[in-house]
Design a binder for this molecule. Sequence first.
Ligand code: SF4
Ligand code: SF4
Length: 377
Amino acid sequence: MSEVSLVRCDTYETGVLEAAVRKAVDLMGGMSRFVKPGDRVLIKPNLLSAKAPEKRITTDPSVVRAVTRMVLEAGGKPLIGDSPALEPFRRVAKKCGIAEVAEDLGVELAPLTRPTPVYLPEGAAFRHLEIAAQALDADVVINLPKLKTHCQMLFTLGVKNLFGTIVAQRKAEWHHMAGVDRDTFASLLLDIYLAVGPALTILDGVWAMEGNGPANGSPRRMDLIAAATDAIALDMSICTMLDVPLRSFPLYRVARDRRVGETDPGRIDFKGDSIETFAVPDFEVPALDSMGFLPARFDWFTKRYLVSKPVQEREACKGCGQCGEICPADAIRMEDRKIAFDYHRCIRCYCCQEVCPEDAILFRKGLLVKMLNWVHR
Ligand code: SF4
Ligand code: SF4
């Protein structure tokens, strides 16, 4: 039976936060269960972009600090690393407060580099993957996701956080290969999770992000630190906590069908504070529309008329070009700060919206989402 620990914590103040993280890990057997003296330990926070911790886009530095201290106490040799898609790692780490943690504790801080092939078994989304060597070479990986919504995948939690072990802009290539089908992308995420095999996932949900996540949503207090060895069980726990139907979460559908991890919240052994006490009944999650409900030959029709599409907010755009750089489908052209989207090429991956520093890309709701909203009113 998978175990998930839930600990209430209402502040990032160092002493209080550290006590909560220790409690969550102790409920899972303590750090020495996972880290042995001399182990090389990759600590993988969410470092999506160079934003201050108060934006709640990245894992809070106090969580990274607490976990790094515990790894050092257990005799491990920590490396704090991630691979932001566009911005230089060191700039992101500095702005997010992680560089200061590494300096204070005298530990290595490094971008994840050197894409290394990993061959996958039957049933995987692809025959092989390319994952950063540092993630594969580590004796232990500790995964530190942020609790956030995600416009393409509903949430980015324990499993999705490991997409950061795909090196920099290669993320866009894998997005493109997964195409328009969310379940194929969820299956890819599952394969990355299995290949990296984190020993422990510790979720920063003290402040979460709701709405237009993972970069342009609104901060929302959840007062939660959670830990699990099975990140799938942890991700399902968050859906349950927020009263989100599991079938609407692409990762649930794929993990259940492939029988990976615990997808049944009724079979999870919860430790610590009661899950009911973390309920946020009005937590805002994005409405997802599906590309895959009609045969592929109708893609042009579903794309044009039914599913949401990216549009530019011209007044907000500063013309930085990052959206065009990240677009895996080469579907963005820019002239005089006016973006032309090629909606035939666009795979609705939401990467352009995710990287836009000005919140200048919106997704205009498709007919499907409008109908869903109408049904739920
Ligand atoms: S235009 Fe935006 S949503 Fe469409 S493929 Fe490019 S990055 Fe993805
Ligand atoms: S839409 Fe956003 S990412 Fe694209 S050019 Fe404008 S400001 Fe930059």
